[in-house]
Structures are given as C-alpha cells and as structure tokens.
Design a protein around this ligand. Structure first.
Ligand code: MEV
Length: 331
C-alpha cells in the first residue's frame, strides 16, 4: 500500500486580484491534510475510489455527476495520462480522507487531488515533483472551477509559503519570524466560483475602478512581503486589515465573515481578513502568541464553527531542488 498526503492552504493576502495578474501570498496549512492510499485490488475489480469522509465509493472511470466524484475521477485520469498508464486492466483501491474543511477556501479540492495523484504515482513506481504535481492539479481545478489563478494547486503542491503571480515560477517567501494564524470557519460554504464570477462582472462593468482596486491590493501584497522579510508583524497585520477593506468594497466579504473579523481584532489580533474566495468560508487572524487564547475564544463566541490554529514556521525550503528531484525521478 502507498500512502500520500497534501496540506490545506490559506491565502494571506491578494486573493481575487491574483486572478488579474497581481501578486498574492499564500501559506500551506501543514497540520490539516488530505490523505490518499492506493492498494492493489482483486484481479478484474478495476479502480475504485473510496471517499471515506463522504461515505461514498466511485468507479475510477466514467463521469460522475456529483462534484466530489468528478474531482476524484479527474485527478485519477490526469495522473494516469501523465504517467502514460492506461486505466484498462488496473485493479486498485484508492482511499481518500481529509482533515481540511470542505468548501471553506482552504484548498481542500486541490489537496485531495494532490494526495490522490501522489499516492497513485508512488504505487506505479513514479514520484511527482512539486512543479509537475502543481501543473496536474491545476488541470483538475480548471475542469471544475473555470478560471483559477493557480495559487491553490501551487501552494498545496510546493507546501511552503509562496509569492505567486499567474504564469510565473512561484517564489518561496522569506519569513523572518514564525506566524501564528487562527482560521475561523463561518460554517457557510465559500462560494468561490460565484465570487470570482461576481468580481469579473464588476470588472467588466467598471474596468478602471476595479483595476485601481487590484493595483491597491498589489501594493499591499508587496509591502507585506517586506514586512514578512523583516519580521514586522504589526505592519503585516495592518496590511491584512487594509486588504480586507478593499475585499469588502469589491463585495466578496459577508456578514458572517465581518463578525468574526471584528471579533478577532477586538480581542487583540494584529490583523484579520477573509481568506480565499470569500462570500462565506474562512477568515484568518494574525495573532501574537500571548493573544492566541483570547482571540480563539472571541472567535468561538462570535459564532465560528471551528477555529484552526496554524503555526507557519520561519524559513524556507530550497524550492528548485525539492521540485526537480521528484520530476527527475519520475522520468
Ligand atoms: C481562491 O483560493 C482564490 C481566488 O483568488 C481565486 C483564484 O485565485 O483562483 C479567489
């Protein structure tokens, strides 16, 4: 049996504007992961995809009508095609489970695809490097979500804090101090597709004004990178708040998100904002270690269904090496 995993993600700053070519910063949420295992099955049984959390089993081939089944089938098809392996005559039991809240802007779909692809590749004796895996996951994201920027698949596949601009090689971000993030779940599903479509409609109706908003976000994200590099957390928090103000202005925040954001700030968070597509989903708060408990409690009292703590550690991996080694292996 082969077992593989991939982390969730949070966008620190820059969502939505990233779809229009501006930079964004995202971090992996390493202690919330999707897991997949691949085991050889009885001869002639074909490929079965077992989604443990959903209590469902899907055939490996075909076109499922429900989104979860379609995602798993697309991921399987993608990895087999990439490795030049036919699904015909393959007998495999693939089991998937995830600790990442579904439809909360935390990259659950990308993580599930990545874990599944890794497990299947390993089972077939190949290893997918980060760059290759990110490209494959992007294809499944595109199939299901229309016009993703590519930030989710990239963060999940590279598993490190990144500076992301569509079409450019992702850059690992230098983080001088550890970051403590609290992620508050509104329990309202994030309507990312709808939010992205709504922003596009606004952009089509008022291009100049929206471009100016995206430029303002790009400026905030650029200053945040400098704040991360010098460990200036109060400045980072301030920039997160500024980013939230623009996101609210372009219409992707919500009452539930605003309630959690205000509660976190009042309890001492350095900054708080929605994270991901918005219109539901999760918010993130940057906190000092000494304020963690108070902010967590305030989020719970303000109605957060769950509060996830994530410590984004200082430093970076050497991305190039990490990515290329795996790709080399798979050739
Ligand atoms: C989704 O996690 C973030 C958005 O910027 C969409 C995207 O980048 O594809 C809203």
């Amino acid at each position: 049996m082969t077992v593989a995993s991939a982390p969730g993600k949070a966008i620190l700053l820059g969502e939505h504007a990233v779809v229009y070519g501006r930079p964004a910063i995202a971090v992996p949420i390493c202690d919330r992961r999707a897991f997949a295992s691949a085991t050889s099955a009885r001869r002639g049984s074909g490929v079965v995809l077992q989604a443990v959390d959903l209590g469902r089993r899907y055939p490996g081939d075909g076109n499922c009508v429900d989104d979860d089944g379609r995602l798993l089938q697309a991921a399987l098809r993608g990895v087999l095609y990439e490795l030049g392996v036919s699904g015909e005559g393959l007998d495999l039991e693939i089991t998937i489970r995830s600790e990442i809240p579904i439809a909360r802007g935390m990259g659950s779909g990308a993580a599930v695809s990545a874990a599944l692809m890794r497990a299947v590749a390993q089972h077939l004796g190949a290893e997918l490097g980060a760059e290759r895996l990110s490209r494959l996951v992007f294809q499944t994201e595109r199939l299901l979500h229309g016009t993703p920027s590519g930030i989710d698949n990239t963060t999940v596949a590279y598993e490190q804090p990144i500076w992301f601009v569509t079409g450019q090689r992702p850059e690992p971000i230098r983080i001088e101090t550890g970051l403590t993030l609290l992620i508050g779940d509104t329990s309202v599903p994030a309507r990312t597709h709808e939010a992205v479509d709504m922003v596009r409609a606004r952009w089509q109706a008022a291009r100049g004004a929206m471009e100016a908003q995206f430029d303002a976000i790009a400026d905030i994200v650029t200053r945040a990178r400098a704040a991360l590099a010098t460990g200036n957390l109060p400045e980072l928090g301030h920039l997160m708040n500024q980013n939230q103000a623009i996101l609210a202005d372009i219409g992707v925040s919500s009452g539930a998100l605003n309630r959690l954001i205000v509660a976190a700030r009042e309890a001492g968070a350095l900054g708080a904002k929605l994270s991901g597509g918005g219109m539901g989903g999760c918010m993130i708060a940057l906190v000092r270690e000494s304020d963690r408990a108070a902010v967590q409690q305030a989020l719970q009292q303000a109605g957060a269904a769950e509060v996830i703590t994530s410590d984004v550690s200082r430093g970076i991996l050497v991305m190039g090496e990490h990515a290329e080694q795996g790709d080399e292996h798979a050739r």
